[in-house]
Design a protein around this ligand. Sequence first.
Ligand code: GAL
Length: 356
Amino acid sequence: MKVLVFCILLCSVFSMKAQNYQCFSPGQLWKDNNGVHINAHGGGMLIYKKTYYWFGEHKIEGKTGNTAQVGVHCYSSKDLYNWTDEGIALQVDDDMNSDIQKGCILERPKVIYNSKTKKFVMWFHLELKGNGYRSARAGIAIANKVTGPYRFIRSTRATPGCFPVNVDNNEIGGKHIYVRDLNNGQMVRDQQLFVDDDGVAYHIFASEDNRTLHIAELTDDYLDYTGKYVRVFEERYMEAPALFKKDGLYYFMGSGCTGWAPNAARSAVAPSIWGPWTELGNPCVGENSEKTFYSQSTYILPVQGKKNAFIYMGDRWKPNNPIDGRYIWLPIQFEENKFKIKWMDQWDLNFFSSEY
Ligand code: GAL
């Protein structure tokens, strides 16, 4: 009897204890330290003091979950498998005069650390409440502590009054959407941040009604645009941009433009962030590769302490019940100057050391 009671006690202690993951299982529920499925969709990663911080959209149940009811959620991890809930880093506002009023659309938040100002800076795609996807703005927030609270500073269109550096001045009279938007600023939808080795940060976003991507340089404090930007992948409707750098080359991954429905991913390479960008086709290989394994890119994560180890982070959206969205993490593999992504039911970080 005593043994039985002891066993029951032991079992209940273990079931209360958080999961101890030893591997990635793409598409499965992924529980945090409280046993709750991680709620950080359209996310990005910051590595700070040897810890990974995952920031993403906090979604709720039902279709309302496609709008921002809570804010940006933050988790931390040392090993990438097991995540601690760090709470809401940026909260939406109850004040109806705020740009980030509860019920706005706040997507794809990304956080970078500015070593000059010692501040954490968050950028996100913002659609003002009740305006569908017509506002197409960037939101900017700042914090003294990595996990927040982040203070919303302002929202803006991109690079107002500035002409792209890679087009001819005589296009000014043209019909391009960027010409229409020169004065008020360029549209910002799916977005990414990238900090180069020299500390210069860039904002990469779907612009011109999603037709053409823009890459814009940020000021030293990461809080504004310098005004220098390029238009890339003209009329290619690239969304979900993610960027990484390997051996001095810049690699891009993105998706086509089909809303929440998955499509074939795209990839590209460039010798400089300013281009020229050469498309490399769909990096996904094998079954369901034409649907990016039912996911859409959100970030490409360089793994700490491993050379040339990068993880594809994607979202398997569930637009009818967004809180149940799943995370598809897969290793990036390099083959003949291209990168490839193959499906794996389960894998762990030893994959990298064994292959490279
Ligand atoms: C996707 C985009 C998501 C969200 C969605 C809305 O293409 O990547 O972030 O904006 O469209 O339909």
